[in-house]
Design a protein around this ligand. Structure first.
Ligand SMILES: Cc1ncc(COP(=O)(O)O)c(C=O)c1O
Length: 373
C-alpha cells in the first residue's frame, strides 16, 4: 500500500475558517494587536473557567513561562529535574544560569523517580532550591510523593505541565499542583495558540500573580509603574483569537484524538510496551508513545514508515544528559532508565484527522518489525 501525503507525528489543529475570520475581522476593526487586548483577556477568563484554575498568566510560549517561574520563585540554588523531557525544561534553567542536577525516571510512568529525588535532596541538602518535575505525555508525575518531599525538605515545587491541557488528577486540574505549573500552547499541542503558554500560580499569593503579569510586559504594571525587571513575553491578539476559536471546538478535538488513540491502543497493547498511565488521571490523548525492545527496531520502524511518507518522532531523544552543554556536575546519579527509554521510544502520529488507513499502515509496520527481530 502506498501513501503519498506527508504524515508527521502531529499536525496543528486549525479552527474552522469562518470562526477565525470572525475574530480577525474584530481585530482589524479594533486595530489593537497586542498588549493585553480584548481577546487576550477573554482567553485568560475562558481558560480559568474551562480548566477550573485560580489564575493563568498567558505568555508568548511555554519556555518563557518556565523562565518567568524561576524569577517569581527567586530560584538561584540547585534544581533537581529530569533528563527525560523536551530540551526546553533544562535549556530554560541553563539560560537563566541556574544550576541543575538530574534524577532518573521511573521506567514505567516515564516521570521523575521520587526516591532518586529524595536521595539528591539528602545529598545536596540546603543547596537545593527546587524540584522541577514534568508530567510526561500528559501523564501526571508522582504528585503526592513530590509534595511530601517539598514539605519535608522545604523546597519549591514546579511542574512542567506543557502536555497537560485538560488533565484532571483526582478531582482537581493537574495545573493546580505545585507552587507554579506551566503549560505550553505551541502549535503541536492539542490546544494551542500557534506559539503560546501560561503559568498558573498555586501558592495563593495574589501579589505573585500581579508580578507575573508585569514581568511578561517588561516589568510594567497595568498603571504603567515599573516595579521589577521584566521581559517581553506577551501573547498577542491573533494568538489569543486562535486559542478562543479552538476552545469552541475543543470537545470535538479531544473526541477525535481519543478515537485514534484507542485504535492504536486496541491494536498495540498486547505486542508493545506502553507508558503506564496514572489511574487517578484522565487521558487527554496528547501523545501515543511506544517503547520498542531495541533501538535497532526504532530505527527500522522509522525507515519502513518513511517509505509511506509517515514520520513518527523519537521523542524525547536523546536523554538530556547527552547534550553537549551538560557536565558531570549535572549527573550525580546514573540515568539508566532515562537512557534506556530515550533510545527505544517512538511517538506515533496522532491528530484529529489522522486516517484509519494510515493507522493501519503504522500498526502493521510495527508488527512486521517485531516479527522480523
Ligand atoms: C515538556 C515541555 N517543556 C517545555 C516546552 C516548551 O514549550 P514552548 O515550545 O511553548 O516554548 C515543551 C514544548 O514544546 C515541552 O514539551
Amino acid at each position: 500500500m502506498k501513501q503519498k501525503d506527508y504524515i508527521p507525528v502531529s499536525k496543528p489543529y486549525l479552527p474552522s475558517e469562518d470562526k477565525i475570520i470572525k475574530y480577525i475581522k474584530e481585530i482589524y476593526k479594533a486595530r489593537f494587536l497586542t498588549n493585553f487586548g480584548k481577546f487576550h483577556d477573554l482567553l485568560e477568563e475562558k481558560l480559568k473557567q474551562y480548566l477550573h484554575i485560580p489564575n493563568i498568566v498567558l505568555t508568548a510560549n511555554g519556555t518563557l513561562a518556565l523562565q518567568i517561574t524561576y524569577k517569581l520563585l527567586d530560584i538561584k540554588g540547585i534544581v533537581i529535574t529530569t533528563p527525560f523531557t523536551f530540551v526546553a525544561t533544562i535549556s530554560s534553567l541553563a539560560w537563566e544560569g541556574i544550576p541543575f542536577i538530574f534524577a532518573d525516571i521511573d521506567k514505567e510512568t516515564l516521570c521523575i523517580d521520587p526516591n532518586q529525588v529524595e536521595y539528591l535532596l539528602k545529598k545536596f541538602g540546603d543547596k537545593v532550591d527546587a524540584i522541577l518535575a514534568v508530567h510526561v505525555f500528559g501523564n501526571p508525575a508522582y504528585v503526592e510523593e513530590l509534595m511530601f518531599l517539598k514539605a519535608k525538605y522545604n523546597v519549591k515545587l514546579i511542574f512542567d505541565a506543557s502536555h497537560c491541557f485538560s488533565v484532571w488528577y483526582g478531582n482537581r486540574n493537574i495545573l493546580t499542583y505545585g507552587d507554579i505549573s506551566i503549560i505550553s500552547f505551541h502549535a503541536t499541542k492539542l490546544f494551542h495558540t500557534v506559539e503560546g503558554g501560561g503559568l498558573i500560580i498555586n501558592n495563593g499569593n495574589d501579589e505573585l500573580v500581579k508580578k507575573a503579569k508585569s514581568i511578561v510586559n517588561f516589568g510594567i504594571e497595568r498603571d504603567y509603574k515599573i516595579s521589577c525587571v521584566g521581559i517581553n513575553a506577551k501573547m498577542n491578539e491573533f494568538e489569543a483569537a486562535i486559542g478562543l476559536a479552538i476552545l469552541e471546538e475543543f470537545n470535538e478535538v479531544i473526541k477525535l484524538r481519543g478515537e485514534k488513540w484507542n485504535y492504536y491502543y486496541q491494536n498495540l497493547k498486547n505486542i508493545v510496551k506502553l507508558q503506564k498511565r496514572n489511574r487517578f488521571a484522565n487521558n487527554n490523548y496528547s501523545y501515543f508513545p511506544i517503547i520498542l525492545p531495541s533501538e535497532t527496531q526504532v530505527l527500522d520502524t522509522i525507515d519502513r514508515l518513511k517509505r509511506f511518507g509517515i514520520y513518527p518522532k523519537r521523542y524525547f531523544y536523546p536523554s538530556l544528559d547527552k547534550l553537549p552543554y551538560i557536565t558531570k556536575e549535572n549527573i550525580p546519579l546514573r540515568l539508566d532508565n532515562a537512557n534506556y527509554i530515550a533510545e527505544r521510544i517512538l511517538c506515533l502520529p496522532l491528530y484529529p484527522d489522522l486516517s484509519k488507513q494510515t493507522q493501519d499502515i503504522i500498526i502493521s509496520t510495527i508488527k512486521e518489525v517485531l516479527e522480523s527481530a
